[in-house]
Design a protein around this ligand. Structure first.
Ligand code: 13P
Ligand code: SF4
Length: 369
């Protein structure tokens, strides 16, 4: 159940406890596929590689999806990245078809930026608890009640919510954009992640009204148990994604986007790392760490934890090689977004992309390090 390290906020105005419980129940009911046998894996990879070429398609995967998909993306000239970098890569790549291994908002962002391309999801039903927590009608009402504020939304939202916003941000660029807006004297509405919102507010001193959504994966990390783990491994560095609760963030040596956390393992002079983000990231993190560095999962069990996810996003977990082959063989469904919504949502996303380009943010992982 959602715990709150943000006692100063009344999130009940934006989302109720019942609504959060309903979303956690949806997450708990997701069924993830079982991994293939060695022989089947080789067969799937061979057939998919040929079809990607035949169809002028490129695979763009998030760090949290199955290792099979991440390695295939790398082997076939695709990309593995955080959500900002996935958007940039898909936009700049010449392939006429983008295949997104991740969750729905990532595919929608790709389609909004590239309406002329075919954009397919490995799994159409893969959603995100943050997206679910922020329905457009209630969000729009909230924005209408505060017309003096800039609307800044996290990329983990629907196309409709993006279309209602002034700025879209990912965790890799949120601090920079909010600092910029604050320096320009703007007050902000932030949605949907309460923990990321309160972290940004603390870091920047911005005047922000927060939506009360949570990520069902990161909300489950527990500070008391993390403290005990730190006592057991006093030499370990703690890496935390900012969708985690405030008291967990407080224990971090590094707080950042998935790419920032992968880079931290590469650059920090430590032998052990406790990682508070989806364990799918361990594939690329272990590559970045090289031999001699040990990665450990941060604890998700403890007082008040529901452990619906236990360190792995159920919707990211829906993606697998069998589904990808099926999409390529049967011709998956191109993502559809109403033209009017698409053109309005493109404005704040392009604003973010241009801001990132001008400052060289999110370009560090360009070479798929
Ligand atoms: P990143 O942008 O850091 O990859 O985060 C996306 C996400 O959904 C994390 O839960
Ligand atoms: Fe959404 Fe959390 Fe899954 Fe990321 S890990 S896609 S924020 S539910």
């Amino acid at each position: 159940m959602a715990q709150s390290g943000d006692q100063q906020d009344d999130f009940g105005n934006t989302i109720s406890v019942n609504e959060l419980e309903r979303i956690e129940q949806i997450a708990a009911e997701v069924v993830c596929p079982v991994p293939p046998t060695e022989a089947r894996r080789a067969e799937l990879k061979r057939r998919i590689t040929a079809l990607l070429q035949e169809q002028d398609a490129v695979l763009v995967a998030h760090y949290y999806v199955a290792e099979d998909l991440q390695s295939l993306a790398l082997e076939t000239g695709g990309h593995v990245a955080d959500s900002l970098e996935m958007a940039r890569f898909g936009h700049e790549h010449s392939a006429s078809t983008l295949i997104v291994a991740g969750v729905r908002f990532m595919g929608e962002t790709a389609k909004i930026l590239n309406p002329e391309k075919r954009v397919l999801m490995v799994e159409d039903e893969a959603t995100c608890s943050l997206d679910l927590s922020c329905p457009i009608d209630r969000f729009s009402h909230f924005c209408d009640a505060h017309p003096d504020r800039k609307v800044v939304v996290y990329a983990n939202t629907s196309a409709e919510v993006k279309a209602r916003s002034d700025w879209v941000v990912t965790s890799g660029i949120a601090l920079d954009i909010v600092s910029y807006l604050t320096a320009s004297g703007e007050k902000i509405i932030w949605a949907p992640d309460r923990h990321l919102g309160s972290y940004i507010r603390e870091q920047t001193g911005a005047d922000m009204l927060l939506w009360g959504g949570i990520c069902v994966v990161h909300d489950e990390y527990r500070s008391r148990e993390l403290q005990l783990m730190k006592q057991r491994y006093p030499d370990a560095k703690v890496l935390v994604h900012p969708e985690s609760p405030r008291d967990v963030i407080k224990l971090a040596d590094v707080v950042g986007s998935t790419t920032a956390l992968v880079n931290a393992v590469r650059t920090l002079d430590a032998r052990r790392f406790i990682v508070a983000t989806d364990r799918g990231i361990f594939f690329k993190m272990q590559q970045a760490a090289g031999p001699g560095k040990e990665l450990m999962e941060a604890p998700t069990k403890g007082v008040g934890a529901t452990c619906t996810s236990c360190g792995h996003c159920p919707w990211m977990g829906m993606n697998d090689l069998e589904k990808l082959l099926n999409v390529l063989e049967k011709g998956g469904k191109d993502i559809e977004i109403a033209p009017e919504i698409r053109s309005r949502a493109a404005v704040p996303i392009n604003r973010m992309m241009e801001f990132a380009k001008a400052r060289g943010i999110g370009m560090a992982s360009k070479g798929n390090a």
